[in-house]
Design a protein around this ligand. Structure first.
Ligand code: EPZ
Length: 429
């Protein structure tokens, strides 16, 4: 296990460049499986989840190699296996994205079912239902989904409007682009990561309309050609650094990002008295006095992103007043609040609601990350805490953040990493 050690109480100053999006890049890697030829992706982040997905692609016969910093060449001409290895799927839920392309390219897919997770129940029933609606015969036994279809047929797919599942939208879109006929996905996800994947597919020759809306229409084509495409900036990393400045104080310039993806986060910070200035591809976040309490409710995009709910909770923990947080996406995304309360926060959780009464200052305590975003929140809490905080489970952060400790150190944080004994924790996220 690796620990992150933070000595809190220092303001942050300077500029940080935002890396390519984890949740934007993973769908592109799966989508590249649809191309019988070469694809080049730019702005690919060097993070564990990307490395896991590249191992998955190699296991399926897809060749991948970096030809420059963040520039990845993918050749799926020799896609041969239909079976996704269990030890890779168990590491990362997004591996399930290979199911759609395997079905579309080979007519068969055998993919282990992702398990539960410390942020809640994570079924893939909407993915499976979508494959069945497109004509696949699907069985699920002994933890593996087996799907078979000579040629998928376009159809109207209804996703659950409560969730507008990002993953299900991606997987069904990837299955439908080579299907016979027209597919309409209702209650589709509008997340920027879905928009980016649809734009990639269109550049490869797919016939997709309604991109960015709740109804996506796909007219199947016979084949896709390779293209060159740039992964969008990581909006979760952007939000994490926005909240880092709000929690630690100071003034931070976030470069190479897209402010239009951050509207709800900017709103929440502005309500807290934090200064947010936006440019075309940068944001400056400044905070010179204690933040004010601000309520949030998570929702599918363009609502407040569930992945930044923990970071908002940290800011609320040190804000003036009481904040109410409603988590409407996942049914167990408050595990980290026990760790924050051990640092002196005053958070009470009841069902999917959290009531946070701000305290003037948190204090250092040994804490443990249980998923990527909980880990990021604990780092932010440590930045604001009195004393030196040891955060176990740094491996989670490596899954989703490129050089997080280096970037924070570059902004003036006193932060380092150290190895400790102990089993590596695994989680489906
Ligand atoms: C994606 O997960 C992200 N992961 C998550 O980020 C993010 O929290 C989530 O979307 C919500 O925005 C990646 O993009 C790799 P969903 P995904 O399908 O696709 C339910 C991170 O830290 N649901 O939109 O799995 C589900 O249980 C991760 O980067 C079903 O019921 O999320 C949840 O309650 C954490 N059946 C809701 O929908 C299904 O078949 C939203 O899930 C699929 C989902």
């Amino acid at each position: 296990m690796e620990q992150i050690v933070v000595s809190g109480g220092r303001h942050l100053h300077g500029a940080v460049s935002i890396s390519g999006s984890k949740n934007g890049t993973l769908p592109l890697l799966a989508a590249a499986m649809l191309v019988e030829g070469e694809t080049v992706l730019e702005n690919v982040p060097q993070i564990e989840d990307v490395h896991t997905m590249l191992q998955m692609l190699e296991a399926l016969g897809v060749h991948t190699r970096f030809i420059g910093p963040g520039v990845l060449k993918i050749d799926a001409s020799d896609l041969r296996s239909i079976e996704a290895p269990y030890d890779l799927v168990r590491r990362m839920r997004a591996s399930f994205y290979v199911a759609g392309p395997l079905l579309a390219r080979t007519g068969r897919a055998e993919v282990p079912l992702p398990g539960g997770c410390l942020i809640g129940n994570r079924p893939v029933d909407l993915h499976v239902q979508g494959f069945k609606t497109l004509g696949a015969i699907v069985s699920e036994d002994s933890g593996v989904m087996r799907a078979y279809c000579q040629r998928l047929r376009g159809a109207r797919v209804y996703l659950d409007p409560r969730y507008r599942s990002l993953g299900a939208t991606i997987n069904i879109m990837l299955a439908a682009v080579l299907a016979d006929g027209t597919t309409v996905i209702e209650s589709a996800s509008r997340e920027p990561e879905v928009v980016s994947c649809a734009q990639f597919l269109r550049r490869c020759g797919a016939d997709i309309s309604g991109i960015g809306g709740s109804t996506i229409t796909i007219h199947g084509v016979d084949r896709l050609q390779g293209c060159r495409f740039r992964s969008i900036p990581d909006r979760m990393e952007t939000g994490t650094f926005m909240y880092a400045a709000a929690v630690a104080g100071g003034s931070v310039l976030l470069e190479d990002t897209l402010p239009e993806h951050m509207v709800m986060v900017t709103e929440a910070l502005t309500h807290s008295g934090v200064q947010v200035d936006c440019g075309d591809n940068y944001l400056r976040v400044s905070r010179d006095r204690r933040p004010l309490a601000a309520d949030i409710a998570t929702a599918p995009y363009p609502g407040f992103p569930t992945d930044l709910q923990p970071c908002h909770c940290v800011m609320a923990s040190v804000a003036e007043g009481k904040s109410i947080i409603e988590e409407a996406i996942f049914d167990a995304r408050y595990n980290y609040t026990d760790e924050l309360n051990r640092m002196g926060a005053n958070i009470r959780v009841a069902g999917n609601m959290a009531v946070v009464v701000g305290v003037p200052r948190l204090s250092a305590a040994p804490v443990e990350a249980t998923d990527i975003r909980a880990g990021a929140a604990l780092v932010l809490a440590a930045l604001a805490a009195e004393g030196r905080t040891h955060i176990s489970g740094a491996e989670f952060l490596d899954r989703g953040y490129e050089r997080l400790t280096d970037k924070l150190r570059g902004l003036g944080a006193e932060i380092s990493r150290r190895s400790v004994e102990g089993k590596e924790a695994l989680c489906w996220v």
